[in-house]
Design a protein. Structure first.
Length: 638
């Protein structure tokens, strides 16, 4: 881990250049600003990285003539993430720094997608979409702040099939919470009655119908014990100093939980009964059905060890079959997504590896695309260092090709997958970086070069550098002449100082935030406000696309677990509806199909979780959306 032995003192007049509001310099008369680290190689090399990426424009065979612009100010969203002290003033390597999720759903039935941001301190926030990229804070009226709890993430899902999204929130040792939605965006806490109010070191929450009874079940990943019983500011449990060695101590294991939906808003822990007894230090998981038996399987990440793929045995049992498909997994897995990289109608697997990167010393920005290093951690001898990307072959086997296709980056957290340029191939946004006390790290955008490789495009598309060149933000204040004089940042100071830390993203979701037909990106930052990255693709071209909203009747209302294939005059595109929108971000958004140069959509085929096969041939457009309702009878044509 990096040392914090040197700091930079920034004069107040330099604040504006650092990306801070001018008024900040006058607050309480303070004029001592300390930046950590003092010399930031991540910032110093931004211009060179941009020039190098601009020089690659000629190798793209796909559209990149558009940009994202951070429109958080015009969106009206003033949410600000706040971390616990263990990730700031009293920084230590503990799992709090994994950050928090952001999710979206239409909570009040107005056909606009609202945003729910999770934070560690100060309360979560729900922002209602007013249309055209504008939002209003409705947290208080909705009743979902949970201001007295340290949050981790949340998931929207219709647990009772009544047509509105309910909300599940995970916390650190303060009880997980299930809210029932009344259909108008007002929520009631039913956690205890539902039987899902587990209190531990929970993280991701994945809704899926594992037994195909039409009700969404819930899988909650638990990391493992990384805190003491002592509490600090905001009631947060203080992190252990050796938290990142926790996987070596079985007594700290905290088993993830599979809850079966019994109906009537009640759930039952069936982890042991189904054989799904996962003790991984897991932050997240996802579903997939690459064996095409109709039953959703589960891929569970392990942030310090082997991942686990559990195959669903007819909705009765789960059997661990990782080695048969993925003989090596990333050692420090953090984000995961199955998607069809090359449009061959087979799911491929991308896993990001955060913790392998954290084992390195002195890894410089221009070395970030390589994975040619060894993870020098006990037990990691049979793991992949860095991201892993598995291409599914015709016979159903997988081949790891991350280096060959350019799927490596540095300090990655979450994966959000979507067709950003509407060319028919799905692209990837990787929320990346660290924050205090580390250097600035960039977010990554992988543009899918027609299923042959990923090409780096974060500078080409305006994702980096950030709005107004921001790289650092105020993190905490220290009273160096009083209570905080023992802090390392106070060395040589006896006044009040403000400590600056590098900005960094933890999670993201991708959807059409302003209803103009292209896809936008919303992030949840660490100790900062979100980015609302709005695409101008529709201003530069007329993208051809079809947005598909699924409404289950015999299947779960959200249609999670359905397979959708859109056939055009230029080819077919397949999606598996897993409702995974990014790291710590699970929400059943419409499926977006970029159509490239297609001029006609010939059909949309849906295989529902119930087994019903449905083909739609009417009302299809190359620039619009469609709602497909599952027929209550057997397979239907329409």
């Amino acid at each position: 881990m990096m040392s914090m032995t040197r700091f930079a003192v920034i004069p107040a007049l330099a604040l504006f250049a650092a990306g801070l509001p001018a008024a900040f310099a006058q607050e309480d008369g303070r004029d001592t600003i300390i930046q950590v680290p003092p010399v930031d190689s991540g910032v110093n090399l931004l211009e060179l990285r941009q020039r190098n990426q601009e020089a690659t424009r000629g190798i793209f065979d796909v559209p990149i003539g558009f940009r994202f612009n951070d429109q958080v100010a015009s969106s009206g969203i003033d949410f600000h993430h706040e971390s616990v002290d263990d990730s700031a003033k009293y920084w230590k390597p503990v799992h709090y720094d994994h950050g928090n999720g952001v999710i979206a759903a239409d909570v009040d039935g107005d056909s606009l997608y609202d945003l729910y941001f999770v934070t560690q301190l100060g309360g979560n926030q729900l922002w209602k979409s007013l249309g055209n990229g504008r939002f209003e804070n409705i947290t208080e009226s909705a009743g979902v702040a949970l201001a007295d709890r340290v949050g981790v993430t949340a998931s929207f899902a219709d647990i009772d099939n009544d047509g509105d999204p309910d909300l599940f929130v995970t916390t650190v040792r303060m009880g997980n919470v299930l809210f029932e939605n009344d259909g108008e965006g007002k929520f009631t806490d039913i956690s205890s009655k539902a039987g899902v109010d587990y209190s531990g070191h929970s993280s991701g929450a994945v809704f899926f119908d594992y037994d195909l009874d039409g009700l969404l079940d819930l899988f909650v990943t638990n990391v493992g014990r990384y805190t003491h019983d002592e509490t600090g500011r905001g009631g947060a449990y203080v992190g252990m100093g050796d938290a990142f060695e926790g996987h070596l101590f079985p007594e700290r294991f905290e088993r993830s939980i599979l809850y079966r939906n019994l109906g009537g808003n009640r759930f039952e822990d069936v982890s042991a009964a189904t054989g799904l007894t996962d003790d991984s230090w897991s932050g997240d998981a996802t579903i997939v059905d690459f064996n095409r038996d109709g039953y959703p399987d589960l891929y569970v990440l392990n942030m310090q060890g082997d991942d686990h793929y559990y195959e669903n045995q007819g909705g009765k049992k789960f059997v661990e079959k990782t080695a048969a498909h993925f003989p090596k997994t990333s050692w420090g897995a953090m984000g995961v997504n199955f998607f069809d990289f090359n449009n061959d109608a087979r799911e491929d697997l991308l896993v990001t590896d955060m913790h392998s990167d954290m084992t390195l010393e002195g890894f410089e920005p221009l070395e970030e695309k390589t994975k040619n290093y060894e993870v020098k951690v006990k037990g990691a001898e049979n793991n992949i260092p860095g991201n892993s990307f598995w291409i599914q072959q015709e016979d159903g086997s997988f081949e790891e090709v991350s280096d060959l296709v350019g799927a490596e980056n540095y300090w990655p957290w979450g994966i959000s997958v979507a067709d950003l340029n509407a060319d028919g191939f799905e692209d990837v946004f990787l929320a990346s970086s660290m924050n205090y006390p580390f250097r600035y790290g960039i977010n990554s955008v992988f543009i899918n070069n027609r299923g042959e490789s990923f090409l780096d495009a974060e500078f080409l598309l305006g994702v980096e550098p950030r709005r107004d060149g921001r790289t650092h933000a105020p993190l905490f204040d220290a009273d160096c002449g009083g209570a905080d004089k023992e802090l390392e940042v106070c060395e040589g100071h006896d006044d009040r100082v403000t400590v600056m830390g590098a900005l960094g993203t933890r999670s993201s979701i991708i959807f059409d935030i302003d209803g103009d037909g292209d896809l936008d990106i919303v992030t949840n930052e660490f100790n900062d406000g979100p980015q609302v990255l709005v695409s101008n693709l529709t201003d530069k071209a007329k993208p051809r696309y079809l947005s598909v909203k699924l409404v289950g009747t015999e299947s779960n209302r959200d249609g999670i677990g359905a397979r959708v294939t859109v056939t055009t005059d230029k080819g077919s595109y397949s999606r598996y509806h897993d409702a995974t929108s990014g790291y710590l971000s699970h929400c059943p958004l419409p499926l977006y199909f970029g159509l490239g140069d297609a001029t006609k959509v010939e059909s949309v085929e849906v295989t529902w979780p119930s087994g019903t096969e449905q083909t739609v041939t009417r009302g299809l457009s190359t620039a619009g959306s469609i709602e497909i309702v599952e027929p209550e009878a057997a397979a239907a044509q329409g």
